[in-house]
Design a protein around this ligand. Structure first.
Ligand SMILES: [Zn+2]
Length: 291
């Protein structure tokens, strides 16, 4: 599943390509993934809107939209059809389109002639002539629209202060790994980066958050941000089947120090990396470096 750095990379890529463009029309397939907003509402909200900005909130891609229906209508002249819905959409001046990629979701910017990938669930035709396509073979992705001010909950790990971070985890009875994955606390930290951060901070995944000193939580705060920043700088580390906004496969991969390295020697001390299952997720750690 794409984590924060991957989603950040994809959102930046999309911003570069489609910001300033406008959505002329939207097609949503009938074998669509479970959408969080009704298909008709998504189409009506998107159509006629200008894409002001694409950014990330937690693991969501957020398209900030602005009403540009009038300009579009004038350009299109009297094509007729759907003018009522266009007018309705234009009444709502700003909106947000939220895309959660789930396990295998992809957003690609394509030329209209480009072959339609299997499992394409949505096509937004853009004023520039290109198409924004949402493809999702396993259909765990989620699409929704909001009137604005979308709040995925939790705090951005790259924006959280040390004090805030300590307050979030201090006194929690759950294992620190589970707390890191709790999206209501920090948003966007997933399994890989939780394991990597805990390794760098020298904390075992199963340790109860309440048993961790404020000083160690401070170290963890720095480790989380360091790991995420490095991964973003590398363009997100891809382990599953998705591509960036250009449709290109293969991100650079942050060298994992513990994640997915069960039985392999710790890069610091040589002790074989261990794997335990915590709340149904694999956790990797070094029993010597992490306490
Ligand atoms: Zn070690």
């Amino acid at each position: 599943m794409p984590e924060l750095p991957e989603v950040e990379t994809i959102a930046r890529g999309l911003h570069t390509r489609v910001a300033g463009d406008a959505v002329e029309s939207v097609w949503i397939g009938s074998r669509q993934p479970p959408l969080k907003s009704p298909a008709g509402v998504i189409a009506r909200t998107l159509e006629g809107k200008r894409i002001v900005r694409v950014h990330r909130a937690g693991k969501h891609i957020v398209f900030d939209l602005e009403g540009a229906a009038r300009a579009l209508q004038a350009k299109k002249g009297g094509l007729g059809g759907g003018s009522k819905t266009r007018q309705a959409a234009s009444l709502q001046q700003t909106a947000q389109w939220i895309v959660h990629l789930g396990m295998t979701g992809r957003m690609v910017v394509s030329e209209p002639a480009a072959e339609l990938a299997k499992h394409t669930h949505l096509i937004a035709k853009l004023a520039s002539g290109r198409e924004l396509r949402f493809i999702d073979p396993r259909m765990f992705g989620k699409l929704s629209v909001h009137a604005g001010g979308f709040d995925p909950g939790g705090v951005e790990p790259l924006e959280v202060s040390e004090e805030q971070f300590i307050a979030l985890f201090h006194g929690r009875k759950t294992p620190i790994k589970s707390a890191l994955l709790n999206q209501k606390l920090l948003r966007g930290v997933g399994n890989i980066y939780a394991d990597e951060s805990l390794f760098r901070a020298g904390i075992r995944p199963r340790r109860r958050a309440a048993a961790i000193t404020r000083e160690q939580l401070g170290t963890l705060h720095r480790a989380v941000r360091e790991v995420l920043r490095e991964a973003i700088a590398l363009g997100g580390s891809s382990i599953s089947d998705y591509v960036d906004a250009d449709g290109e496969e293969g991100f650079f991969q942050l060298q994992h120090r513990v994640y997915g390295r069960e039985g392999e020697p710790c890069l610091v001390c040589g002790t074989p990396i261990r794997r335990v299952v915590l709340a149904g997720r694999s956790s990797h750690y070094c029993s010597k470096c992490q306490r």
